[in-house]
Write a protein that binds this ligand. Structure first.
Ligand SMILES: Nc1ncnc2c1ncn2[C@@H]1O[C@H](COP(=O)(O)OP(=O)(O)O)[C@@H](O)[C@H]1O
Ligand SMILES: [Mg+2]
Length: 337
């Protein structure tokens, strides 16, 4: 889509949602976008807002359906999370069925930083990991209430296509000796429906406002296994610990503190059993971010090899819990650098 087409779509969205007349749009500038969406910041003269759309109509109707469903699922996730932890998601200004897009608060200002940028800059952590663990725990727990509406989140098919296939199944193809284990982990995630999973709890999808995390980008939202969100986020902290030695001890402590804060909300199943699944999934995700279809971009070859050396034995003989996982990680001389 050209910049002019994007602006036209933004004008229609703004008018459709009654946010302002179409001509109030002074500019619409795209932010670095994902695979299934267009996101941008819109200047309405008196204020700026952020808009996110499903990709423009694809040629094949069936394929078009997925981006629309994901855009709607993202909005529904943000709305639900906002009802649980209002200060930790952007304020929402409406979803448009006609435009397959939504508008939200644009988070801007000198006190706002992307968590990923803060980590890669080796900024001393201020317990953000524990706060994120607390938030995800609250949201997971709230989604298990009897009156929770799972209608927008029956997205196991998308989750398979966006998460299980490119990460775990693809990695299984690359590591035949571990394939059975990786496929078993995929199978378990595939059939789970217990909690509302965000699906992309990554530091690149979390803004910090004065230290308070704000969760974004819920396109992968689905009913699923709570262990996925926990392991997915902790995996990013493990990879940062490999890459940023200056804050490594703080990151490892952050992983412990994330779990403690998260586990306090686990009323919906046995917390120990959930922890075992997290610890089993973590090395699989570590390996998947090296040898899967979506490798992390900031690790050099030596670091990638280090992650393989850490992950493979942990996959072959899974740790009994997160402490055992961390002990084996920390015990390994390679992560001490
Ligand atoms: N409401 C917002 N306010 C300010 N910046 C945002 C907002 N939403 C997203 N961003 C920025 O845009 C980037 C991409 O948005 P995201 O929702 O993650 O889309 P994608 O699906 O393309 O990854 C985020 O990493 C964040 O830096
Ligand atoms: Mg994103």
């Amino acid at each position: 889509m050209t910049a002019a087409d994007f602006e036209t779509r933004v004008r229609r969205l703004v008018a459709d949602l009654d946010l302002a007349p179409a001509e109030a749009v002074r500019s619409a500038e795209r932010l670095a976008g994902g695979v299934a969406s267009d996101i941008g910041v819109v200047d309405l003269g008196d204020r700026k807002i952020c808009v996110k759309f499903a990709l423009e109509r694809l040629k094949v109707a069936a394929e078009w359906h997925a981006p629309v469903r994901r855009n709607r699922a993202e909005y529904a996730w943000l709305a639900f999370a906002g009802s649980v932890v209002p200060r930790s998601v952007p304020a929402l200004f409406g979803w448009s069925a006609a435009e397959n897009g939504f508008a939200m608060e644009y988070l801007d200002g000198s006190d706002i930083v992307l968590w990923k940028a803060a980590l890669l800059a080796a900024t001393t952590p201020k317990d953000e990991a524990a706060t994120v663990g607390d938030l995800i725990g609250r949201i997971h727990a709230a989604s298990t209430a009897g009156d929770f509406d799972d209608g927008p989140f029956k997205n196991a098919e998308d989750f398979r296509a966006l998460r299980l296939d490119p990460y775990l199944r693809f990695t299984a193809g690359r590591h035949p000796a571990l394939a059975e284990r990786l496929d078993a982990l995929s199978d378990g995630l595939d059939v789970a429906r217990r909690v509302l999973v965000h699906g992309d709890v990554s530091p690149k999808n979390i803004l910090l406002r004065g230290g308070t995390p704000i969760l974004l980008d819920a396109e992968c939202a689905t009913m699923g296994d709570a262990a996925f969100d926990v392991a997915f986020c902790l995996n990013h902290l493990v990879l940062k610990a490999v890459h940023v030695p200056a804050i490594r001890p703080a990151l490892i402590e952050g992983i412990r503190r994330f779990w403690i804060a998260y586990a306090a909300h686990v009323t919906f199943e046995d917390a120990d059993a959930l922890e075992v699944r997290v610890a089993a999934l973590l090395p699989a995700l570590m390996l998947a971010r090296i040898d899967g279809k979506s490798p992390v971009e900031y690790l050099g070859e030596a670091e990638r090899e280090r992650v393989r050396q850490l992950a493979i034995p942990l996959l072959a003989s899974p740790p009994s819990g997160l402490s055992a996982f961390l002990d084996r990680l920390v015990w390994d001389a390679s992560i001490h650098g």
